[in-house]
Design a binder for this molecule. Structure first.
Ligand code: ZN
Length: 412
């Protein structure tokens, strides 16, 4: 009898495939130029659907220490729109929860302090929890106290025993990144007391399905979350969701507000709306997940046709943004430096490396101005407007911008 991987939340076997993207290098493991000759480990990238709790998840775990290492290159502060998003959030929560000098805000996966610094500036005490030493050091430097740890129930219990009683716990784009989602949510539940609030942002599975955002699937992204699955997982740890906001970030995210079951928060209108949307899309049945693989193949065919035509005509194609999602796209399509000459990125930590898997070299953004490519493929399509604005001088020189998801689009 065939056995299937077990669901990371409820342990149910999962025969149902969402999409199988084959073998892929770990998305954020940029290869130093001097290690170009060395092979890199590859892992299967196969997502499945749990037909009991409807959690979509990757079925092979890459050990977290292989992903979130001390030289983990993601610094939140390199995206202007993300910084603005974080600042707006802190202002909103300060008002909504009446936060002040006697409050405490804990952010899990606080990165380089990009968000908590806004609370600090307003005299509101904070604590960041961040597993990557290099980004945590950057946070400390700007006055954001940061604990270098992987968050979970054990860390939460220690903080609780030390007397930490946060009024607000927040995390953006981390719930999907934890292999043991039960332990993580148990940790949040441990620290929430009274009417304290947990807000969590994650890319919405419904948007992923509808807009074929398969490139947001990579190894460090263990789960792909619907409100349905999140409510089930939270309930198992004594939490309830009381409000939901739909956000444009990362191609369409949810910000979910949760509290202890017995807390006094009343349900907001956003909750009923998103529940109904997911019901309409049949996310509570296998039908809601069917046909996704075929849509993913169509994206690959579209991109490969574009690249074959462009390079066939002697045109030069460069890529912008050494983002994890770009690596999934390039690896899945089997694209290398023969089709895309080079990639550029604003983050100096990624410059002068090779993209994992595809081995396309990464340079500073100014390389585009030196070489004036015919096309720039924007890999982080969620930042398209921002990128085109940054590079408006190239556009007037004849360079055209391209995005591949959900279908090839060349901006005039
Ligand atoms: Zn399950």
């Amino acid at each position: 009898m065939t056995t299937y991987p077990a669901c990371r939340h409820c342990g149910t076997e999962m025969p149902l495939t969402f999409v199988d993207l084959g073998l892929s290098a770990v998305a954020n493991s940029y290869v130093p130029m001097d290690k170009a000759g060395e092979p890199e480990p590859k892992y299967t990238l196969h997502t499945r659907v749990c037909e009991k709790c409807w959690l979509v998840q990757v079925d092979e775990d890459v050990p977290p220490e292989k992903i979130f290492t001390s030289d983990y290159a993601y610094f939140s502060s390199f995206s202007d729109s993300w910084l603005a998003h974080a600042k707006a959030y802190t202002e909103k929560m300060t008002k909504r929860l009446h936060l002040g000098p006697d409050s405490l805000v804990i952010e899990i996966a606080s990165n380089d302090g990009y968000l908590l610094k806004n609370f600090v500036a307003n005299g509101i005490p904070v604590l960041g929890v961040e597993p990557s030493g290099s980004v945590a050091a950057a946070a400390e430097k700007i006055g954001v106290p940061t604990l270098v740890e992987f968050f979970g129930e054990a860390v939460a219990k220690r903080l609780y025993d030390e007397g930490k009683r946060p009024n607000l716990i927040c995390s953006a784009n981390v719930l999907a990144h934890v292999p043991d989602i039960n332990d993580f949510v148990a940790g949040v539940a441990q620290l929430l007391t009274g009417d304290a609030v947990y807000t969590v942002e994650f890319p919405h599975l419904l948007r992923l399905i509808e807009e074929v955002q398969f490139d947001t699937i990579y190894h460090e992204h263990y789960s792909y979350l619907s409100l349905l699955a999140v409510e089930t997982i939270f309930a198992s740890k004594g939490l309830r969701v009381f409000d939901v906001e739909e956000l444009p970030t990362h191609g369409g995210s949810l910000r979910v507000y949760a509290c202890r079951k017995e807390a006094t928060h009343r349900e907001g209108v956003g909750l009923a709306k998103v529940r109904a949307d997911e019901k309409d899309a049949r996310l509570d049945s296998a039908a809601g997940y069917a046909g996704f693989s075929e849509k993913v193949e169509a994206v690959r065919e579209g991109l490969m046709r574009f690249l074959a035509e462009a390079t066939g005509q002697g045109k030069h194609v460069a890529a912008y943004g050494a983002a994890a999602k770009g690596n999934t796209l390039l690896n899945y399509c089997g694209i290398g430096p023969d089709l895309i000459d080079y990639c550029v990125d604003r983050n100096p930590a990624k410059q002068n490396t090779l993209l994992p898997g595809s081995r396309i070299p990464v340079f500073d953004v100014d390389e585009l101005r030196k070489r004036q490519p015919d096309f720039v493929l924007i890999l982080p399509w969620n930042l398209k407007a921002e990128v085109i604005k940054q590079l408006s001088d190239l556009r007037s020189g004849g360079t055209r911008f391209v995005t591949a998801v959900p279908a090839i689009l060349i901006t005039a």
